[in-house]
Design a protein around this ligand. Sequence first.
Ligand code: XMP
Length: 495
Amino acid sequence: MQSIADVHGAIAQSDTEITIRKAFTYEDVLLVPRYSSIRSRKDVDTSTRLTRRLRLNTPIISANMDTVTESEMAIVMARRGGIGIVHRFNSIEQQVAQVRHVKRSESFVIEHPYTIDAGSTVGRARDMLDDYSITGLPVVDDEGCLAGLLSSRDILFVRDDSRLVRDVMTPGDRLITAPVGTTIAEAEEILQIHKVEKLPLVDREGRLAGLITLRDILKRTLYPESSKDAKGRLLVGAAIGVADDYMERAVELRKVGCDVLVLDIAHGHSENALSALRELRSRLDDVEIIAGNVATAEGTRDLIDAGADAVKVGVGPGSICITRVVTGVGVPQLTAVMDCVREADRQDVPVVADGGVRQSGDITKALAAGASTVMIGNLLAGTRESPGVVVVRNGTRYKASRGMASAEATLERRRREKPGWEGETEFSDVVPEGVEGMVPFKGQVTEVLVQLVGGLRSGMSYLGARALGELRDNATFVQISNAGLSESSPHDVEL
Ligand code: XMP
């Protein structure tokens, strides 16, 4: 890649003796094409490092914003090879429930399936199936021994919810089961031969020891690029702050298998962030931690020294962000990424380029500048899987998108933290650094991801890069003028 100095082109104002560096964002530059032997964009590999130890097949992370990532978004992101970071603007219980939902959404073997006892009512079973979005419940006795299986089909035509599970379940003696240690391939064969969808695993004493479902096996072929842990569960991350309950939050999230914690505050290069990170590192040494946000090499170095497994970069580039206008502080995102990557590379730590991605070409530029992944808010907000409802205005469908430091989000958070508060004066000190808005409804997030990843793949093939490391090596940026920018967009046609 071309040297940072070339790109930054520092300018010296000799008459005032002040040197002000030039800094760039994605729109200021383009990547220069070069010879490519790549015949199809399918031939490029977009796999990357998320943190020191975690890898992704798709270098895209959905942002920890309450209008972007809860469990539904996180499930699709992981199935498509990326990852979602569940936001923290809720109670610990709510955030933990979201993470648990993702971790339980699929696995090789469900180690602790939800169960019911034979004396429960059909109504209770129906509620559990609904609450956990599942299609069957193993029935167990007091010792945990398998007594039967209740599937949603068994109760489809049962009108009387007071009937008992034992009267409608498939009893244990008619069930197909398998011993602990059954492989996925063996399970697939058993399910096929017996034309059943669920295979309870039992130990020698007849106790339920796990469950393999046809649905999970099919998902493996349906989503081959999924981001998964060693147990075949989807990867998921969750955000934490640096105040109040952050340690308890982190511990509870870890208990339900959260793969990566994102310590996320607006000014990550602060004593608050560094001391919280050090404490997290010492209490939870087995969890991966992404920390941020910073925009400088010094910030990156300090976060890594405090224990970060990846550094999140971005002060002010976000679509809903007004930090730069309100505070006068920030660094245009391409320069910020390059500065941070330079430091992170020394310690072999990946960088997340967070915010400001407006089109797929920006992803190519961020990764060519050395980021390992990009975090995206706006482009993923307004999809079917983002939290919130669709509203219709003048015949067009929209969903909300808001900054987590917007006035509305800040007030909501304070109200939650101080239940019963009704006054106003206490909150008159709120200085928002984000805005609330609406984005057009975009349909399924998969469709958005297909476009984003497709653009990246094409970008890589223009640079003759079969992998993201090569994209970085082959990158030469040129600065463009306003005329160049307008030439880059559609012009002289009616769209
Ligand atoms: P995009 O451009 O993808 O950016 O929508 C998402 C990122 O924006 C950051 N974010 C904020 N930044 N004030 C800020 O200064 C805010 O209220 C705010 N809310 C989100 C965040 O880093 C996110 O990933």
